[in-house]
Design a protein around this ligand. Structure first.
Ligand SMILES: [Cu+2]
Length: 514
């Protein structure tokens, strides 16, 4: 870059940007790899479903002209119902459908030119099955997952989790939906089959040859990468054809760092029936829904009052991402967080007489109680921090694969209260915090009055009810969670799901001890 170009960039970034840009570039996070032996098939494990799932280079025609080179999951069913592995509409991203209590074996094959491992986001499974980066396998190697689905019905997902490379691997195309069903959910009688839709929302930037452009420098990594094209199920300008009836719609934010403020363009509210860990107790009406990276919501969408030919757009409305200290001016993304844009179009193209009624009650969710937490008077506090070209959690980074600090060790079969404290950082930004291996309950939010105006542009769309595995913690905010550590001892991760933050080291282990 010429001196002039550099100066123009600094001017565009403003003073905070100049501060950052003047700092030395931090090299790619050191993987500190320990190379644990990959898991192999256990002859005593008898799977109901056995898959081969490969990650490797491929290409798809996503835009007119040249095909886009991607990294893709591809697979086949070796044993069980062939319909349990499919492609989502759009034919870019896969979906695995499983039932609670099913035993699953997945032969993961790495055809990428670099290390990888797959994380089953939201699932409650043993340490070695969870895709911890210490299990990343080399190109050409295999890792055999074997686990029993021990989650209630819900919309989960899977993506790579090798340390320092997660952001780029997901961005290049590696992500899939994992839909779990169970008897309790089936008894509710929600729309099923062709009336059960999944939309994975992501943002990408393409160059003039239709090839993906990823984070180019430290600024993109610190602020989180934002693309300028919105994809649904891997496709731009996504159109969903629907009939004049009710649908169950599962939305997953599979973006690296973008937050969506989702609303219909016809002014009708959204009816939320589920989120990260499955169905809510009862439907919620929302003018808009806030969906941070890795979060899911399920909607009830009824088009029975619409006519053939109608089009309804799902939009992302403007908001203030709530970055303090002028950070909102930074980054120079072509489509900044908080922009106003179309996500997809619903096209009503046929009339049917099938009617469905939205159930008043969906499920029952047992409530954790603060007074039952072993540390009810002393929550464990975890503070994300950004500044001086680094990101940390409680001042620590992810330097060693198996490192845990004293305040990261918990006891099996205990209920704990954790407080995510986003009020101590040099640079303020919203962080979608994810905890592996469990579903938690959000019990309290303490927003920062200094950022109240920005906060209120998103807070009406939080869906904190029910079971969660990601929670968006706004600038200056403190959020309290209740969680229980059951069944599995060993290491798990908690981290920011802005994938660039995760890769830079806003990630730590916690250890469950017997
Ligand atoms: Cu973050």
């Amino acid at each position: 870059m010429s001196i002039d170009a550099k100066r123009r960039q600094l001017l565009r970034l403003g003073t905070a940007g100049a501060l950052l840009a003047a700092l030395p570039q931090v090299p790619h996070a050191d993987t500190g790899h320990v190379h644990v032996e990959p898991a192999k098939a256990n002859p005593d494990f008898h799977p109901d479903l056995e898959l081969e799932l490969a990650a490797g280079p491929g290409e798809k025609a996503l835009l007119p002209g040249r095909a886009t080179r991607l990294w893709q999951f591809s697979g086949r069913v070796l044993k069980g119902d062939a319909a349990q592995l499919a492609m989502l509409p759009g034919d870019v991203l896969p979906v695995i459908r499983a039932r609670n209590r099913q035993k699953i074996r997945i032969h993961f094959v790495n055809h990428l030119p670099e290390e990888s491992i797959v994380h089953w986001h939201g699932l409650h499974i043993p340490q070695k099955m969870d895709g911890h980066p210490m299990y990343a396998i080399r190109p050409g190697a295999r890792f055999v997952y074997e686990f029993q689905i021990d989650n209630r019905a819900g919309t989960y997902w899977f993506h790579p989790h090798p340390h320092g490379r997660t952001g780029e691997q997901v961005y290049r195309g590696l992500a899939g939906a994992l839909i779990v069903s169970d008897e309790e959910e089936q008894a509710v009688g929600l729309p099923a089959g062709k009336r059960d839709l999944t939309w994975v929302i992501q943002d990408r930037t393409f160059d003039r040859d239709n090839q993906l452009v990823y984070a180019r420098g430290m600024m993109d990594r610190m602020m989180g990468f934002l693309g300028d094209r919105i994809l649904v199920n891997g496709r731009p300008d996504f159109v969903q054809s629907v009939a004049t009836t009710a649908y169950r719609v599962r939305l997953l934010n599979g973006s690296n760092s973008r937050i969506y403020k989702l609303a219909r363009d016809d002014g009708k509210p959204l009816t939320v029936i589920g989120n990260d860990g499955g169905l809510l107790e009862k439907p919620l009406q929302k003018a808009y829904v806030t969906l941070a990276p890795a979060e899911r919501v399920e909607l009830w969408m009824d088009f029975s009052d619409r006519s053939v030919g109608d089009r309804i757009r799902l939009r992302s409305l403007p908001f203030n991402a709530g970055m303090g200290m002028g950070m909102g001016m930074m980054g120079g993304a072509a489509l900044p967080n908080g922009s106003d844009f179309n996500v997809l179009t619903m096209q009503i193209d046929r009339k049917v007489s099938a009617r469905s009624r939205l159930p008043a009650t969906l499920t029952r969710i047992p409530r954790y109680r603060l007074q039952d937490a072993v540390n009810r008077n002393a929550p464990r506090t975890f503070a994300p921090w950004m500044g001086r070209g680094t990101v940390t959690l409680n001042g620590r980074s992810f330097d060693k694969m198996d490192e845990v600090a004293d305040n990261e060790i918990v006891k099996l079969d205990t209920l704990e209260v954790w407080e995510l404290a986003n009020d101590q950082s040099m640079m303020m930004m919203a962080h979608p915090m994810h905890i592996h291996n469990l579903q938690f309950q959000v019990i309290e939010r303490k927003p920062d009055p200094r950022f109240a105006a920005a906060y209120q542009t998103l807070s009406g769309g939080f869906v904190d009810e029910g079971w969660k595995d990601v929670v968006l913690v706004m600038p200056g905010e403190r959020v309290k969670l209740l969680m229980k550590f059951t069944d599995h001892t060993g290491l798990s991760l908690y981290h920011c799901h802005i994938l660039e933050h995760e890769d830079l080291g806003m990630m730590r282990n916690y250890l469950v001890r017997a």
